[in-house]
Design a protein around this ligand. Structure first.
Ligand code: 5GP
Length: 205
């Protein structure tokens, strides 16, 4: 094993699954629901240089850092992967917590963009790559407009990125269509090889 891989892949029984896909496909919602329902799954918290949105909590949704701190994390080789996303801010996965979780035998989810997914595919070859796909282009645009967190200019930028990202489908191990969050979570659970989620209605009388 190369020195790089040796450093990247710690011994342990856990697994790494990358969930990627175009903007506004619902990666965040699907991964948040998965985290809520499955304590055996650990969703990595990325570092980013973008400012928090209302309601976002440092250390929970992201680790919000300035440019100098992001530089330091990269220079000291603490990033498993990182990328400039939407030509705007830098986002990256801190390596240490992922390695620790894998060592503890947990199922780690990285919710990252396509550039990051490609880096992980190279440095963590055991990772499973899942492409989360919108049911249609129109639905994806509708979700992006509906969530109302981006300006019109920012939306255009994200849609431009999404157009290219949709072409990367073939690079992934699996495709999950996010028509309905519950179903997408069930599909991910199946891919991860976890036992099925308990029925929220409970067993029939
Ligand atoms: P947002 O700013 O809407 O939270 O995220 C923008 C994009 O950044 C999303 O496509 C998300 O998947 C991506 N992203 C979030 N964290 C990371 C990360 O750690 N690495 C990479 N490469 N992309 C990330």
């Amino acid at each position: 094993m190369s020195e790089e891989l040796d450093r990247a892949v710690p011994a342990g029984g856990g697994s790494v699954t990358v969930v990627s896909g175009p903007t506004a496909v619902g990666k965040g919602t699907v991964c948040a629901r998965l985290r809520e329902l499955r304590p055996d799954v650990w969703v990595s918290v990325s570092a980013t240089t973008r400012p928090p949105r209302p309601g976002e909590v440092d250390g929970v949704h992201y680790r919000f850092v300035d440019d100098a701190e992001f530089d330091r994390l990269v220079e000291t080789d603490q990033m498993l992967e990182w990328a400039v996303v939407h030509r705007k801010a830098r986002y990256g996965t801190p390596r240490g917590p992922v390695a620790d979780a894998v060592r503890q035998g947990r199922h780690v989810i990285l919710e990252i963009d396509l550039q990051g997914a490609r880096q992980v595919a190279r440095t963590w070859p055991d990772a499973t790559l899942v492409f989360l796909m919108p049911p249609s282009w129109e639905e994806m645009v509708r979700r992006l407009v509906g969530r109302g967190t981006e300006s019109a200019e920012e939306r255009e930028r994200r849609l431009e990125t999404a157009r290219t990202e949709m072409l990367a489908l073939d690079e992934f191990d699996h495709v999950v269509v996010n028509a309905e969050v519950g179903q997408a979570v069930d599909d991910l659970v199946e891919l991860l090889g976890l036992p099925p989620l308990p029925d929220p209605q409970g067993p029939p009388d």
